[in-house]
Write a protein that binds this ligand. Structure first.
Ligand code: PLP
Length: 386
């Protein structure tokens, strides 16, 4: 059975060129980058080279990039770190949106227990937050505004630059989660005007377990961990040199291939959207119709025609070798409809009858037809079985 992977927002396979770049640093150059001897200094030089390369590709200075274990840690670091540091100056208000990833929403919720006021802005039918909403929510105590660069479920791209301007006028810092955008669309910290930006390697054909947080020079932030002086004292723990090298290589490749690859992915996505809209008259496309990532297509099927969970649809697709994601997530042992789709106004039944297709480097035009044919068969079987 030929397998088709259409879940590139969840993770991507490691690029063989990245693996090759990383290989020597697992064994030959194995030193601890904090050691003062030759082995350590060799590792340190390589680590700083990777940091410099990453910084350059996101428009930052080398000293503004802090390695972490991935997107989740970077989001936690940015949100809790800034909120805790600024709370000491009476800045106890954080603003975010309902469409954020749980790696942002959950730390915000956690901060409520520490006495922080958290405003979670609603989104419109396309999943968007606009700068005026942020302006309306600002208070004198606003410490941080955290709005993602683009949404991982529906692909909508946010007006981060304009939001950052509004937040700064009101005296707050700005964080953006760019996990789904770096390497896919330009994500430059100075262009976006943000103070903090989260990135993660495994969404761009890099290794799992490494990410980074851009922290603009001079930003007040508390560390999440204590224990050593690594990462200029802000993120202690022995640095992972091979993963940092892989991260830099993956970002370099993604950025250099971005133009052609994004155009190719957008044409695959558009083709699938056209074919699904033709075959399934009641299919609804979720997300902004134009301001969206090139590789994500999120479709809800009319819940009256498809009385089953998207999860069942997903499993049937999987049995036929097609890997996609549904509009539900397993929370406390039961399937809950996506919080993003609910925030966009979809009813719970429709939100459940949703599939997300996320294209990537391995996908070809012929995959689209295989997906449509299998979907047709599965939906016919499901409808028949009612
Ligand atoms: N933020 C967004 C928007 C994501 O899509 C993800 C992962 O899917 C994360 C954060 C978490 O990143 P990581 O898997 O590197 O912890």
């Amino acid at each position: 059975m030929k397998r088709i992977y259409l879940d590139h927002t969840a993770t991507t396979p490691l690029d063989p060129r990245v693996l090759e770049a990383m290989r020597p640093y697992f064994s030959d150059t194995f030193g601890n980058a904090s050691s003062v001897h030759w082995y350590g200094q060799q590792a340190k030089t390589v680590l700083e080279g990777a940091r410099e390369a990453i910084a350059k590709m996101i428009g930052a200075h080398q000293g503004e990039v802090y390695f972490t274990s991935g997107g989740t840690e970077s989001d936690n670091f940015a949100i809790k770190g800034v909120a805790r540091a600024l709370a000491r100056r009476g800045k106890t208000h954080v603003i975010t949106s309902k469409a954020e990833h749980h790696a942002v929403l959950d730390p915000c919720e956690h901060l409520v227990d520490e006495g922080t006021e958290v405003t979670v802005l609603p989104v419109d039918g396309n999943g968007l937050v606009n700068p005026d909403q942020v302006r309306g929510a600002m208070t004198e105590r606003a410490a941080l505004v955290s709005i993602m660069h683009a949404n991982n479920e529906v692909g909508t791209i946010y007006p981060v630059r304009e939001i950052a301007r509004v937040a700064h006028e009101g005296g707050a810092l700005v964080h953006t989660d760019a996990v789904q955008t770096t390497g896919k669309i330009p994500a430059d910290v100075r262009e976006l005007g943000v103070d903090l930006m989260t990135i993660s390697a495994h969404k761009m054909y890099g290794p799992k377990g490494i990410g980074a947080l851009y922290i603009r020079k001079g930003t007040e932030i508390d560390s999440l961990f204590q224990g050593g002086g690594q990462e200029r004292g802000r993120r202690p723990g022995t640095e992972n040199v091979p993963l940092a090298v892989g991260f830099a290589k993956a970002l370099e490749l993604a950025c250099s291939e971005m133009g052609a690859e994004s155009t190719r992915l957008a044409s695959l996505r558009d083709l699938l959207e056209k074919r699904i809209s033709k075959e399934f008259k009641d299919a609804i496309v979720n997300g902004h119709p134009t301001v969206r990532l090139p590789h994500i297509l999120n479709i809800s099927f009319d819940s009256r025609r498809l009385p089953l969970e998207g999860e069942v649809l997903l499993m049937n697709m999987d049995l036929r070798g097609i890997a996609v994601t549904s509009g539900s997530a397993c929370t406390s042992g039961s399937m809950q409809p996506s919080h993003v789709l609910l925030a966009m106004g979809r009813d719970p039944k429709t939100a459940r009858a949703t599939l997300r297709f996320a294209f990537g480097r391995s996908n070809m035009e012929e995959d689209v037809e295989v997906v449509v044919e299998n979907l047709k068969e599965i939906l016919a079987l499901m409808t028949h079985a009612r």
